[in-house]
Design a protein around this ligand. Structure first.
Ligand code: AN7
Length: 370
């Protein structure tokens, strides 16, 4: 990452510091976040994630340069940490004793991690049977109180709003403005690394907080003149959970990408604004396209992400079939790690273990060497 900062090119504007070994989002971006003297300086080393160039898919899409922003490298394994560190710090600053979120998994893992670090209680409401095991394991390990409901994410978020309206508990879903503020810092890092905004940003859309946050981040870079342009925002929903594409809520969303199994996104309107103001698009991709991208990222790029993250790449491949990307720089956001859902990978790659005797000849035969 270059040592120039995304907003420091005009001396009259506050400096944002480039990445430096685990200082975290609150320290590095204090000047552009709602940080006060009373905000506790907490971090788990979130942010400053790698921007890695594609080795195979780039050529296929015909773009000039394709990069993956590896948000899977955040401490709890997803982009949620950037916003969660701000939301939890502000909860501590206000004197809250507990945080609550509804979650398809990653938000709960992140909330549980930061809450445990700050000595807050964490409550998470999850759709029963629809959360990858690794994400639940994280919430359990961090000591969160887990309420599994017989319903979907949209029910969980409605309940979380109702509970926090009645009790002094901080709601840390992306309806909390501090979450969006923290997550916009990923856009700053991309501008810093590329020395400008990309032409297109591709990402999965679930509750639509992240597309809202990236758009805000890129707009701020443009206003501060650290970027000469703003990217087209290309968001992708799973075909069975694509309310923004169809224009109406989906009562019973279905998709293999459980993280984005959301039928009535909270930031729906802001996602539409990001799409329209940027001249971008929000489209749907089928589970088959998602799993194809999931497989190709793992086997051709060395990137093990979760299916929801692959939706952004599936979307780019879909767009490349009809849009000329020559000369364009594209960034796909890899929102979460595949390690949280090993069962999905083992099922997807039809993996089966057949134990053999511990003998050289047998191992060579198994390897196709004899
Ligand atoms: C890996 O954890 O909604 O459009 O409750 O985990 O900002 O919601 C997760 C969402 C993309 C969609 N990729 O982001 C939750 C949750 C991954 C995710 C999304 C999620 P938004």
């Amino acid at each position: 990452m270059s040592q120039t900062s995304p907003v420091s090119k005009r001396p009259d504007l506050p400096a944002v510091h480039p990445g430096m070994g685990g200082r975290g989002v609150l320290q590095r971006f204090a000047d552009v976040l709602p940080v006060t003297d009373a905000t506790p300086d907490i971090t788990l080393g979130e942010g400053d994630t790698p921007l890695v160039r594609s080795v195979r898919l780039e050529k296929e899409t015909g773009c000039q340069a394709l990069y993956f922003k590896l948000e899977s490298c955040n401490p709890s394994g997803s982009f949620k940490d950037r916003g969660m560190v701000v939301a939890v710090a502000k909860a501590v600053e206000r004197g809250d004793r507990a945080v609550l979120c509804a979650s398809t998994g990653n938000t709960s893992a992140s909330a549980a991690a930061y809450a445990s670090r700050c000595g807050l209680e964490a409550y998470v409401i999850v759709p029963h049977g629809r959360v990858a095991e690794g994400k639940l394991a994280q919430a359990v390990a961090h000591g969160a109180h887990i309420i599994a409901i017989e319903g979907g994410f949209d029910d969980a978020l409605r309940l979380a709003r109702e509970v926090t309206a009645r009790h002094p508990i901080a709601l840390v879903n992306s309806v909390n403005p501090h979450r969006i503020e923290g997550q916009k810092t990923a856009a700053f890092e991309i501008v810093d690394a590329l020395d400008d905004a990309p032409d297109m940003l591709c990402l999965p859309v679930g509750n639509a907080g992240n597309i809202t946050a990236y758009w805000r981040g890129f707009v701020e870079c443009y206003q501060r003149e650290s970027a000469k342009k703003k990217p087209l925002m290309w968001g992708f929903q799973a075909a069975g959970a694509a309310p923004i594409v169809s224009g109406e809520p989906v009562p019973d969303p279905q998709t293999v990408a459980t993280a984005i199994r959301i039928g009535n996104p909270a930031s729906w309107q802001r996602a539409i604004e990001a799409r329209d103001e940027s001249g971008g698009d929000i489209q749907s991709v089928t589970d088959e396209q998602i799993l194809n991208a999931y497989r190709r990222l793992a086997q051709e790029e060395g990137i093990f992400c979760e299916p929801a993250s692959a939706a952004g790449v599936a979307g780019l491949l879909q767009q490349a079939a009809s849009v000329d990307l020559a000369g364009k720089t594209v960034v796909c956001v890899i929102t979460g790690t595949g390690l949280k859902d090993p069962e999905r990978a083992l099922a997807e790659f039809a993996f089966e273990l057949n134990p053999v005797p511990p003998e050289l000849a047998t191992v060579e035969r198994e390897m196709g060497l004899a």
